[in-house]
Design a protein around this ligand. Structure first.
Ligand code: MTE
Ligand code: MTE
Ligand code: MG
Ligand code: W
Length: 654
């Protein structure tokens, strides 16, 4: 009997149509936990380092997390892994919704897909019955529309369907995978899915998932419930509203957008509008949002209701959450929220990432204004900002005209366009568009997070530590008083000493040593969530969350019977973290790639930055090039990685 996990993966070879239900080795769970952890191991074992995103050898893995399908609140993430067409590195976008739990109930932990189908197909998983079905009739259909069509043709209203839209079919590098109330958005999973010829994966399951020590597990969950209730009725004082609660940032509930619209940059991450949020704007945005959001909705087994069901004028109904509300309006430099609710529906149907895509469109507009792109490239484009964005989006997902170049994302498009366009690609890290933030003073914590995180996206590493120092000592003292989530008491002192100005502030404080500890902690919690399939909004992504390093081991032990303590859990996630890094090193990633955009902060300090990176690498047990040392790998029982990296000449003399 296997606990928490099902103990089976579904292996699908699209070239031969072969489908196998394969029992997994329980040792792998003990070694890598589940979700992202065990998926990384499969990529390492089976994907040769020469592999490119659109090679048949590129595996596409849909993985539930270890806790998905158990009664653990908010354990609903499906982690999707593949080599990204944008970065050429191992990507892991994820989605909440309902798909992961359904997969567990169908009897599988992961769906591992290899090779390509010669014709468009969708996969239908119904407990033990798994079929590859023709999808020619779904060609060109929207990602949301496709889910409905499949449910109705299967006569399975309760099937959960993950689908791509036109963007994925056309291998647009920012194509997403959309599913019910969620989206696996970043780094081009939709493109890899489209390249393999898969339009959708539908799943329906009616089996049980077992817990090793159910009563004990539920007792721990009762404590988690109490804490969720406590946090929901006690928002944190002293931090901005979106950080005061738990769950994903509650953008569907909050109407006050002064902070985002004035602090983040508009257009191609270029201009800050420090007095944007006037009374009139507030009135108009509030009324648009209140009329658009019909009700709040949650993912599977989650009390937080971070999603908004959008029903706006003549726009078909759809779901929106978090920062997708603002990215298109800010990218297009449009002052009304009406545009945001309109274009998001079109973009979700096409299936594109709403962080990268608006920036790519804004980049094209900038290039036109600079005379690098010409009126000829924009022939037929409406002159107004809104019309122009709709037009560009359409060109991009169809890969028509200039859209074919833009479809590869800012980095690659800039290089294909040439004529100085490279200078307009100013907001990518490792060839991937970042959030539209440009700030004044180098921030050591963010410097490390931006540079080194394997997701290449700040939302996957920031979280448990406040984003800025609190101005008053009393507020800091009050904050640390009740902070059981900390991994170690010494962090309290770090926080007390951290000031908004002076010697103990950015860029000098937190010092490189302290920054390393804080960033490593934040990343570790993310790695745990991504292995368990927990929403980061209940763990790693928010301040003072219900799940943390002191209760994860108890929950995992009761769920799986593994009997972990904090030390053992840390070692496991450290192991998969280092394996992920080694995989990317094998694909060519090195220190030189680990840098935030040059204009991310106006004030940069090259010496401090070098010191930060060197200190952090050392702390992580990586060499000066960001590659795990032999010593660290052996400590983590990753002997096979040492052997491989040495054989390839990537690791020399430890
Ligand atoms: N893109 C689409 N299509 N739909 C979305 O809901 N959410 C955005 C962004 N892009 C979103 C999207 C937000 S708020 C986040 S935090 C990231 O995707 C999450 O990235 P991931 O899905 O790759 O993990
Ligand atoms: N959960 C995990 N484990 N990892 C993440 O990066 N991102 C959060 C939240 N939960 C995140 C996560 C953020 S910022 C958002 S907006 C939502 O997931 C996105 O939800 P979706 O992927 O279901 O669309
Ligand atoms: Mg997502
Ligand atoms: W978000």
């Amino acid at each position: 009997m296997r606990y928490a996990e099902t103990g089976y993966n579904l292996e699908i070879d699209l070239a031969t149509g072969n489908i196998e239900k394969v029992e997994t080795d329980p040792k792998l769970t003990e070694f890598y936990l589940g979700g992202l952890g065990t998926s990384v191991k499969i990529h390492w074992d089976r994907v040769p380092p020469e592999t490119k995103a659109f090679d048949p050898e590129n595996l596409l893995i849909f993985s539930s997390g270890l806790f998905c399908g158990t009664p653990a609140f908010s354990a609903n993430r499906t982690v999707i892994t593949f080599i990204s067409p944008q970065t050429g590195l191992l990507a892991y976008p994820m989605m909440g919704g309902f798909w992961a739990a359904e997969l567990k109930y169908a009897g599988y932990d992961k769906v591992v897909i290899r090779n390509k189908s010669p014709k468009p197909v969708y996969i239908w998983i119904h407990n033990d019955k798994v079929e590859i079905r023709d999808a020619s009739h779904l060609k060109g259909k929207g990602a949301l529309e496709t889910q409905e069509i499949i449910r109705s043709e299967l006569k399975e209203p309760r099937a959960q369907v993950a689908a791509i839209g036109l963007a994925g079919e056309n291998r647009v590098f920012t194509a997403s995978i959309e599913q019910s109330r969620s989206s696996a958005s970043r780094l081009g999973g939709g493109a890899v899915m489209g390249d393999k010829g898969i339009k959708a994966i539908a799943v329906r399951g009616t089996k049980d998932v077992y817990l090793a020590r159910g009563a004990e597990f539920m007792e721990h969950m009762n404590d988690v419930t109490d804490y969720i209730n406590f946090r929901n009725s006690n928002p944190l004082p002293g931090v901005m509203t979106i950080l005061s609660g738990i769950g994903s940032p509650q953008e569907m509930k909050h109407v006050d957008e002064r902070w985002h619209t004035e602090s983040f940059a508009w257009g191609n991450a270029r201009v800050r509008r420090k007095d944007f949020w006037t009374k009139e704007i507030e009135k108009s945005w509030t009324s648009t949002q209140l009329s658009a959001v019909k009700r709040f909705i949650s993912c599977f087994n989650c009390p937080q209701q971070c999603g908004g069901l959008i029903s706006y004028q003549d726009v078909p109904r759809y779901m929106m959450k978090c920062f997708s509300k603002l990215t298109y309006a800010m990218g297009a430099y449009v002052d009304n929220l009406d545009f945001a609710f309109r274009i998001a529906n079109t973009a979700f149907e096409y299936g594109v990432d709403s962080f990268s895509t608006p920036q790519i469109l804004a980049f094209a507009v900038e290039l036109l204004e600079a005379g690098i792109l010409t009126d000829q490239d924009f022939e037929g484009c409406p002159p107004d900002k809104e019309g122009r964005f709709f037009w560009l989006l359409d060109r991009m997902v169809r890969r028509e005209g200039i859209g074919d170049i833009l479809a590869d994302g800012t980095y690659w498009a800039a290089r294909r366009i040439g004529k100085g366009a490279e200078a307009f690609d100013h907001n990518t890290i490792k060839k991937h568009e970042q959030m539209n933030i440009k700030l004044g003073m180098l921030d050591p914590l963010y410097y490390l997070m931006f540079s080194t995180n394997e997701k290449i996206s700040i939302t996957q590493i920031e979280g448990n530590w406040p984003q800025a120092a609190f101005p008053s000592r009393e507020d800091r003292e009050a904050f640390v008083k009740d902070w059981p989530q900390l991994p170690d008491e010494k962090f309290k002192q770090y926080f007390l000493d951290w000031e908004p100005r002076g010697e103990n502030s950015n860029p000098y404080y937190p010092t490189p040593d302290i920054s390393s500890e804080i960033v490593d902690w934040m990343e570790m919690v993310h790695n745990i969530d991504d292995a368990l399939g927990l929403c980061a909004g209940m763990g790693s992504f928010c301040l003072k969350p219900p799940y943390h390093i002191h209760n994860y081991p108890k929950l995992i032990s009761a769920a799986t019977g593994m009997d972990l303590d904090e030390g053992k859990l840390k070692k496991i996630v450290n192991r998969s973290r280092n394996l992920h890094r080694a995989f990317n090193n094998r694909l060519g990633m090195r220190r030189a790639d680990e840098k935030p955009p040059e204009d991310h902060w106006r004030r940069r300090f090259p010496e401090i930055e070098e010191k930060l990176l060197t200190t952090y690498y050392k702390y992580k047990g990586w060499n000066n090039d960001g590659i795990p040392t032999k010593e660290r790998l052996l400590e983590l029982d990753l002997d096979y990685v040492v052997e491989d990296l040495e054989r390839r000449g990537i690791l020399k003399d430890g």
